[in-house]
Design a protein around this ligand. Structure first.
Ligand SMILES: [Zn+2]
Length: 311
């Protein structure tokens, strides 16, 4: 996998991937609670027909309404969980041996390169490389088109990916790779930038919503974050349903906020010391990104999921 090779072997064990489970579950809770009745029924039926439904509902409450909501939150982190699930294989590795196709799945590919798009940023004149495909943007565009036009069998498999990737691109470091003369292969969305506190810049942002993924924390955070956002932006803010716009926002935020400490990538034993002000800005921006991820996901699902298509 190019981004791993480029950054050397050490990074493999330390690579951070995405909003952690807390971040994904908060955005998903915000989205689910904004679904129309029709969309909610359609979404619930699609997830109930997914081959992983049993796993997603294992610890869910018994009453149907809360159970369906818990399943939605569980499905949103599933594309990250299959990275370490041996039933699935890393289709980006050269000469990889595919794992056996299990009943109900269209393929057993992990799609590890779908979670981000490396839009290049260069701040010191370093040459950069264009994003590779497939990427989060190419897949979001494809899935949004297909989920609208295709019938249930396709929708069932695409829905967890739509939820997850929509949320991923609201983490600005899922939208960029920064190229420096000292880092000519790019930093793989901040994975190659050593900071303190935390182990790298990407991981710091992934965990910006906290690390408690319990229902009580997630529900409290989702309610507070969405109330706060609506108070600052009005009850009916403009909600973009365009993945290109979501990614462009991430790139702008990366340029102006995420890399505000300057053209330095730190080193393992000389990490960049992030100020208290920088860290509190990360937490504040993360709340806005999660609110937008939730609002926009709900808007897309309300538009595109029709209950009749899932039956
Ligand atoms: Zn992800």
């Amino acid at each position: 996998m190019a981004r791993r090779r480029a950054l050397g072997i050490f990074l493999i064990a330390n690579q951070a991937w995405a909003w952690n489970a807390t971040g994904h579950r908060i955005a998903s809770a915000i989205a689910y609670d904004l679904l129309t009745e029709k969309a909610r029924q359609g979404v619930d039926a699609l997830l109930a027909a997914h081959p992983e439904y049993a796993a997603w509902s294992r610890d869910a409450p018994a009453d149907p309404r809360h159970r369906a909501r818990a399943v939605f939150l569980a499905a949103s982190i599933w594309p990250d969980e299959i990275r370490s699930d041996t039933r699935f294989y890393d289709d980006t590795r050269p000469n990889v041996q595919p794992t056996p196709l299990l009943a109900g799945f269209p393929s057993m590919e992990r799609h590890v390169n779908w979670h981000y798009i490396d839009v290049p940023i260069s701040v010191d004149g370093a040459p950069s490389q264009p994003p590779k495909s497939p990427n989060a943007l190419s897949e979001l565009r494809r899935i949004l088109k297909e989920i609208k036009n295709q019938r249930a069998p396709v929708q069932i498999h695409e829905l967890p990916w739509l939820i997850h990737l929509e949320e991923d691109v609201h983490q600005p470091l899922h939208c960029v790779s920064r190229f420096l003369n000292a880092q000519p292969q790019g930093d793989a969305g901040g994975n190659g930038v050593y900071v303190t506190p935390g182990r790298n810049l990407h991981a710091l942002w992934d965990g910006a919503a906290g690390t408690d993924s319990s229902d009580s924390y997630v529900n409290r955070a989702a309610a507070a974050i969405s109330a706060d956002f609506l108070e600052r932006n009005g009850r009916h803010p403009r909600v973009s349903k365009n993945p290109g716009e979501w990614v462009n926002e991430g790139v702008e935020l990366a340029i102006h906020e995420v890399y505000a400490f300057g053209p330095d990538a730190g080193e393992r034993d000389r990490p960049i010391a992030l100020t208290e002000q920088y860290q509190s800005n990360v937490r504040l921006l993360a709340r806005t990104r999660l609110a937008l991820a939730g609002l926009r996901l709900a808007a897309v699902l309300n538009d595109q999921i029709q209950v009749k298509d899932s039956r």
